[in-house]
Ligand binder design. Structure first.
Ligand code: SER
Length: 324
């Protein structure tokens, strides 16, 4: 590959749930030196730090982004840094600041510095109670009730604007809850679907913060990474939607997840004590119509509830055992 065609990638939120695994995956594909991981406060350890460069970026400070984009001649950005839905309800001002100012600064730097492509994740949180909850369509009414959802709707419109006005190649998907075994999520409504595995393996009991019959759309990390990379690699002519693509994978209730985990840990005990996150979950879709993503750029998830649970239990059992 000539230097001109070489991808130089920046990932913000690289120490987070998705960022920590996406960084490693992109480094495998494009080389450790070509993928710069950026975090805000937390310095990573292990593989993330050893496999390539790490920088601190404050996304609310445009200069700090610009400095890194110039230093590494970045041409592709995955902007993942964000405050999630539950933390966002505890501190809506912070959610607006981090999610909106951060995205605006990132898009401005990308435009000014001639960055060619930007990936920015949206979420099922863009939908509110007025949208159909089963097989939620790509184009429907978007009136979210959380500040997180508000920032995702506004962010989608901003991305679409930067594409139409400035020709910036911004691409986005509306992720469902992401389940993974490497880095736990923080501050989301769908976090129970990850916590439950840690508690099942460590303590054989879990107190779930949503009701047993709560159904939400979820996705296993390998599919989450594949979605981001496939979308970013797709020919621009295939990307017909410049707000954000609906993305579905698995939908199940908390009770169904417990039943699946009990196939491996039969004496697993669960109590349900819904808290403020129940209301958020009840305002979100239960399943997603992702036919546009399937048609336009060939989206197809690989994991279902059974194969995701099996892999999570195996990976996490191994990892947690090695930590003791
Ligand atoms: N996982 C996110 C949350 O629960 C949804 O995008 O906030």
């Amino acid at each position: 590959m000539s230097k001109k065609n070489m991808k130089r990638i920046l990932i913000t939120g690289a120490t987070g749930q998705i960022g920590s695994e996406l960084t490693i995956e992109l480094r495998k594909r494009y080389g450790g030196d070509n993928v710069v991981a950026a975090g805000h406060k937390r310095k990573p350890g292990g593989k993330l730090l050893e496999s390539g460069s790490f920088e601190f970026i404050d996304t609310s400070d445009r200069e700090s982004i610009k400095k890194i984009v110039e230093k590494y001649e970045i041409d592709t950005i995955y902007h993942l840094a964000a405050v999630l839905s539950a933390t966002g309800e505890e501190n809506p001002q912070l959610a607006w600041h981090v999610n909106m100012d951060g995205l605006y600064n990132m898009l401005e730097v990308a435009r000014e510095q001639g960055v060619t492509k930007v990936f920015w994740p949206s979420s099922i949180a863009v939908f509110g109670p007025e949208a159909p909850r089963v097989n939620t369509p790509q184009n429907t009414v978007l009136i979210p009730r959380t500040m997180y959802g508000v920032t995702k709707v506004a962010g989608e419109l901003l991305c679409n604007y930067y594409f139409a006005k400035f020709g910036l190649d911004v691409r986005s998907v509306r992720y469902p809850g992401i389940i993974s075994s490497e880095t736990p999520p923080g501050g989301g409504t769908t976090d129970y679907a990850v916590e439950i595995f840690y508690e099942a393996i460590n303590k054989k009991r879990y107190t779930c913060f949503v009701r047993e019959d709560t159904v939400l759309p979820m996705m296993y990390m390998p599919d989450c990474l594949k979605a981001a990379i496939d979308l970013m690699e797709a020919d621009p002519s295939k990307i017909k939607c410049r707000t954000s693509y609906n993305l579905g994978a698995i939908s199940f209730s908390a009770g169904e997840l417990v039943a699946e985990i009990r196939k491996y840990i039969p004496d697993f005990k669960v109590e349900y004590k819904p808290d403020f996150r129940q209301k958020i979950a009840d305002s979100w879709p239960m399943s997603i119509d992702d036919s546009a993503a399937r048609k336009d750029w060939g989206w197809k998830p690989a994991y279902d509830l059974a194969s995701m649970t099996k892999d999570m239990i195996e990976k996490l059992t191994r990892r947690l055992a090695s930590e003791f």
